[in-house]
Design a protein around this ligand. Structure first.
Ligand code: SAM
Ligand code: SF4
Length: 371
């Protein structure tokens, strides 16, 4: 046990980790050693990005999607959810709630649509939020794959961060998770990430952990990919099954949910060791497995939390997976509950600040912080 802890420490202190090093850390099973890995990651977080946690109010503003990803509960072929697009007023109201409650930033997330009516609407909403909050509220978009022109339009409207998970960095495995057509192309997704960076966004990507047929080699590859693509922000969370999706047919292949949770925590800790100054989100999906999953992720190196701001009436129609937490809580309850939990975890909350990725700032040698 002592020997293993020495080895964990030695690996964590290396300037470059090999695939073998990462595999070793991902394979830790002794709870005491996993806790030790978390403590190292937490100390690195404190040193490099501090123990201040930033809020991104999450507004899931539309579940209308033109894609059919095999894992996702709002895929276009699922007839069960009532499809919605929040009105501009509803979205702006949610953003103003975030601003008045000192959140600093919001994430506008939706299913994927590339039609002009939708992209124009998003631009209008972004501009209006910026206008109403005197430019003070930071805006992250997560609206899937778009062409360069659209990404530029969103950026010009005032969005400065974009989240687009690669889902899995293994090309062959990616193909198994998506229909084989031009709308679900691995290279398109990669090119989108490259374009976003070129345009000047802070770019976030990430993967799901614990998918059917996923193995540790895939996860090692994912971590090396995140490093190689030089992500500014990462959101990685456990895959959770949804009965109205094709992947549900393979649920007998899944690791138990607790294992998916622990593997996600190890992934977060290793990522913090690999990329010390990035922002790492504590995924909401963690909380679907463990009531304190998000706080546990903070202890393993995550520093971003995304409190839900989607109006209650729409939450039951934005179920990416089953057992999604907090679908009946209102925004106030959600905020109060999180504040207490974060303080109990020993972290502070960074109010009224964008909480931009230090990695992005270091990469660009210029500050985007509004304090
Ligand atoms: N449509 C955009 C996209 O795909 O990038 C943004 C919205 S999409 C719902 C956001 C993320 O939800 C995806 O990147 C995926 O990783 C995650 N997701 C979808 N289904 C999931 C599931 N069953 N379990 C866990 N995460 C899931
Ligand atoms: Fe649509 Fe995103 Fe779900 Fe894929 S993951 S089906 S693009 S909402």
């Amino acid at each position: 046990m002592l020997v293993e802890k020495e080895k964990i420490k030695t690996i964590a202190l290396k300037s470059e980790l090999s695939a073998g090093d990462i595999y070793f850390l991902l394979s830790l099973e002794d709870p005491d050693e996993i806790k030790f890995l978390g403590e190292i990651a937490y100390a690195l977080k404190k040193d490099h990005v501090s123990n201040t946690v930033f809020f991104r109010g999450l507004i899931e503003f539309s579940n209308i999607c033109t894609k059919d990803c095999f894992y996702c509960g709002i895929r276009k072929s699922n007839d069960l959810p009532r499809r919605f697009l929040m009105t501009k007023q509803e979205i702006v109201d949610a953003a103003i709630f975030a601003h008045s409650n000192h959140y600093g930033s919001v994430v506008l997330q939706s299913g994927e649509r590339a039609d002009g009516m939708f992209t124009g609407f998003v631009c209008d909403v972004v501009r209006t939020i910026k206008d109403k909050t005197e430019g003070k509220l930071g805006i992250t978009l997560s609206c899937g794959e778009q062409n360069d022109e659209t990404y530029k339009m969103f950026f010009a409207a005032g969005a400065h961060r974009y989240l687009l998970r690669i889902e899995s960095s293994d090309r062959e495995f990616y193909k198994m998770l998506h229909p084989s057509d031009r709308h679900h192309d691995f290279d398109t997704r990669l090119n989108c990430l490259r374009s976003l960076k070129e345009i000047g966004y802070q770019v976030g990507t990430g993967v799901m952990v614990g998918l059917p047929f996923q193995n540790r080699e895939h996860l090692v590859k994912d971590l090396l990919f995140l490093k190689q693509i030089d992500a500014d922000m990462v959101g990685l969370g456990p895959y959770i099954e949804h009965s109205q999706t094709p992947l549900y047919g393979y649920r007998d292949q899944l690791w138990p949910q607790q294992e998916r949770l622990i593997m996600t925590l190890k992934m977060i800790a290793i990522l913090r060791i690999l990329m010390k100054d990035i922002n790492i989100a504590s995924a909401t999906a963690l909380q679907a497995i463990d009531g304190f999953g998000r706080e546990r992720a903070l202890k393993f190196g995550a520093n971003i939390i995304m409190p839900g701001l989607t109006p209650r009436v729409h939450r039951k129609d934005y179920l990416l997976y089953e057992d999604k937490p907090c679908i009946d809580e209102d925004r106030e309850e959600c905020k109060d509950c999180l504040e207490i939990r974060i303080k109990l975890a020993g972290d502070k909350i960074g109010y009224d600040t964008w909480g931009d990725s230090k990695h992005f700032i270091n990469r660009n040698h210029k500050t985007h912080l509004y304090v």
